[in-house]
Design a protein around this ligand. Sequence first.
Ligand code: SF4
Ligand code: SF4
Length: 416
Amino acid sequence: MKKFALWAKLLIASDKDSNRMFDVVSVEKCSSYSYEEVKGALDKALDEIDALSFVKPGMKVGIKANLVSAMAPEKSATTHPMLMKRLCERLMELGASVVIGDSPGGLYTPMFLNNVYKTCGLEEMVKELDPSGEKVTLNQDYSISNGEFMEAVSIKTFIYTGWLDKVDAIINFSKLKTHAMMGMSCAVKNMFGTIPGATKPEYHMRFPEEKAFANIMVDLNEFFKPVLYVVDAIDGMEGNGPTAGEKRHIGAVLASKKPYGLDMVCAELIGMGYSDVGTLVAAGERNLGPKSVSEVEVVGSSLAEVKVPDFKRATIHQSITFEGKGIKGAIASIGIKLVYNTKPMVKASECVGCKKCYETCPAHAITMVAGGKNGLPQIDRSKCIKCFCCQEFCPKGAMKVHYNLLGKFANRINHV
Ligand code: SF4
Ligand code: SF4
């Protein structure tokens, strides 16, 4: 009898494992940022998963937006203010107050952040929505906190932006974009903005290898555990993301209570898969996230209705695979390195000499030399760790990802 009970238990466990589902993700079609459309789509996406059931009157909710840089909403690099407005309205209706914040690359100071808020359209949105400034605010707390997270894979101790300690719950509101280092920037990657801007380069230096870096994002998601994740995928960014790519219409708003299934679905929408996205692989290897979109329950619109299969990838990462053992894995890894032996390279005709790349480079590999309008960056290849921060933060898209011939050929094949 005992034997039968054990066998039944094992059978149930293995059955559970084979049918394991990670997270419920709601997907709603939304063709524009008009208030009416946004309201309809976001409300549905939230209500389908009972997303706001955690809100209690008097609660202070922090929305971690994606404000990667001071860029206008039309550039499609940052969380759109219209979606943000509707989410704030819903929270206010439930009696909560809201703080919106982020720490983009660069200085974490009032002057720097206020310019970001203004350019990203959030300053105006908040003024209109709550003229009293009592219910919805843009974060002005620039304190720093110390984090300790012993379950972390990459960062057991770290510093983070202190405003997140002063809210009762965190909502992660990301933008769907390509990303030179991680393949895709969405829900999981968005948590890197909890690290103060000037400290981010230090992490790039400490963790130059993709897998360790991807694990930082997973660590941060597990540490902060946002109660809700929302994705602005009405217009995304393709190509040279997360800041220098082109706007590409996708037409969807997504929500989930967990980040990994949500990112899996977002990857699927833009024609990517598990092994194309560093953060998905890191989460999958830790058994926190799915390895296939079939392990995610999707509600709302069908993925086929919103899928953009020819979405242009970030040029560096066509397929990052951290798996593969023995000789096969070694050959695959050498092959990937040979094909995707990319490096940052400035296009002099587009460079305005603003020095942002020079200031951001964690390896101090860039010097400004005479040339162009106001000087040109020169990269010391022996120091460069290929973190692509210079490409990410160049406001003019002048720092490009450069390929060798094999890489160019492989890209062509990938995009046909
Ligand atoms: S030159 Fe660019 S890619 Fe190289 S280390 Fe500096 S910021 Fe990173
Ligand atoms: S490459 Fe970009 S960030 Fe660097 S100086 Fe030129 S415009 Fe500025």
